[in-house]
Design a binder for this molecule. Structure first.
Ligand code: GLU
Length: 468
């Protein structure tokens, strides 16, 4: 993006606000803030009868603890400053969520829509070779995942290339996460970031003192939501909020314009229309116009596209009471200040979109243990519950109602455990952030609270190791 320098500076400013409150000893704040290493690679791929040179990066912001974790994006605007900013965000995100990872991010300067799938496969495999050769890809050191412009298929190619190069590595499948289920993936990874956004919003609405700050009550039912970007994250967040949480998605902003429906859009139908036509215009379930609905009146605004979508030029126009950063870095530092002064609450990216990396953690652990979650205990738990149910029925002479019997009696499947683990992580991190935010007037917002928790954890590791 054109504003990449601004993005890196913004992440550093957000970090500095927290470091100042923490009053870190001299030198340590600088050590934490900078990116440890950035690999730049330029490699050739022979395609369409000629040689094309591609440029890519993988940046490790921190590698205590290891491995460093974070997505790989494929985008024509990618550049190393953006990658470094995103890698830093990954460090803070993993620390906030208390995951045993450092922070990393990668990008390849390519427009995936310009190449056929078999060409993208060759380009991706060459990129994976470069990453592995330079030790920027491995289950113990650096574990990529999907991000903008990449998906499950990209991850299969990377994992397969690594496995061919390191055929003695028994843990090879743990070198990337976000793989398809049949290739060592985990149930619930694709929707994990969107599910995490839903859990984040629910956690906010279950915290009376926080909801009171935006003048609403604790019910989510009928809350109006505007979503910017109906990609993997935006789509799943919109789907779960409308189908499970009772919210109304009154507008979706996409590349070609905005679609509005005050009674709530049918997200499943809109997504299908987008897949079929490549855009949202022409969708019959709402009113289309080529402008942006970002500043429409609503309760919750979810920017789920790219960084710097809300900046000092449009922050004054935002009418939402709550902004939930499903994308990485969608609100600039300047916009953050303007919005805070206007009383808008922001649930920050390092927390709001942490569902993806949290479920990546479960996938990585599953790969290292070589056994699916719940395999050993499922039937045993089921047997225990059935015995208990029989005893209750014998003692009371009543039967378990059929509709509640099944969920109570059946043992947990992998997807149940993934959801439970994600819910637990999202709730406990929200509780920590909120308590800190409410504990002192020196902590102006949830973002600063999140950074303080993250930076404190990283500083403790560096102090213990004697680095810094
Ligand atoms: N790309 C996602 C993010 O920005 C997921 C990273 C991961 O799972 O490692 O958080």
């Amino acid at each position: 993006m054109s504003n990449s320098h601004g993005f890196l500076a913004d992440v550093t400013s957000m970090f500095n606000d927290a470091a100042e409150i923490l009053a870190l000893e001299e030198g340590l704040a600088e050590k934490i803030a900078v990116c440890n290493t950035t690999l730049t690679t330029r490699f050739g791929v022979r395609l369409r009868g000629k040689m094309y040179t591609f440029e890519g990066w993988r940046s490790v912001h921190s590698n205590h603890p290891s491995p460093a974790k974070g997505g790989i994006r494929f985008a024509p605007y990618a550049n190393h400053e953006e990658v470094e900013a995103l890698a830093a965000l990954m460090s803070y995100k993993c620390a906030l969520m208390d995951l045993p990872f450092g922070g990393s991010k990668g990008a390849l300067k390519v427009d995936p829509t310009e190449w056929a799938p078999h060409e993208m496969e060759r380009i991706t495999r060459r990129f994976a070779q470069e990453l592995a050769r330079h030790e920027f890809l491995s289950p113990s050191q650096n574990v990529p995942a999907p991000d903008v412009g990449t998906n499950e298929t990209t991850m299969i190619w990377i994992a397969d290339e690594y496995r061919r190069m390191k055929s003695h590595d028994i843990n090879a499948s743990a070198c990337v996460t976000g793989k398809p289920l049949a290739m060592g993936g985990i149930e619930g990874r694709i929707e994990a970031t969107g599910r995490g956004v839903q859990y984040a919003i629910e956690a906010f609405f279950q915290t009376p003192e926080d909801v009171a700050k935006i003048g609403l009550d604790e019910s989510l039912e009928g809350r109006t939501v505007v979503v910017q970007g109906l990609g993997n994250v935006g789509y799943h967040a919109a789907k779960f909020l409308s189908e499970d949480s009772g919210c109304k998605i009154i507008a979706v902003v996409e590349r070609d314009g905005s679609i509005r429906n005050p009674d709530g859009l049918d997200i499943e139908a809109l997504r299908k229309h987008m897949t079929d036509t490549g855009g949202i215009s022409g969708f019959e379930g709402g009113e289309f116009d080529s402008g942006s609905a970002l500043s429409d009146a609503c309760d919750i605004l979810i920017p789920a596209a790219l960084e710097s979508a809300i900046h000092d030029g449009n922050a004054h126009e935002i009418k939402a009471k709550l902004i939930v950063e499903a994308a990485n870095g969608p609100v600039t530092y300047a916009a953050n200040t303007i919005l805070r002064e206007r009383g808008v609450v922001i649930i920050p990216d390092l927390y709001a979109n942490a569902g993806g990396v949290t479920v990546s953690y479960f996938e990585w652990v599953k790969n290292l243990t070589h056994i699916p979650f719940g395999l050993m205990e499922r039937r045993r738990d089921e047997q225990g519950s059935r015995m208990l149910a029989r005893q209750i029925e014998n003692m009371t002479g009543c039967h378990f109602p059929a509709e509640s019997a099944e969920p109570f009696l059946s043992g947990a499947r992998e997807i149940d455990l993934v959801r439970s683990g994600l819910d637990e992580k999202m709730r406990s991190a929200y509780g920590e952030m909120s308590r800190l935010w409410n504990s002192s007037d020196d902590i102006p917002d949830l973002r600063t609270a999140a950074y303080i928790i993250a930076v404190k954890r990283i500083a403790e590791i560096y102090r213990a190791l004697g680095i810094g």
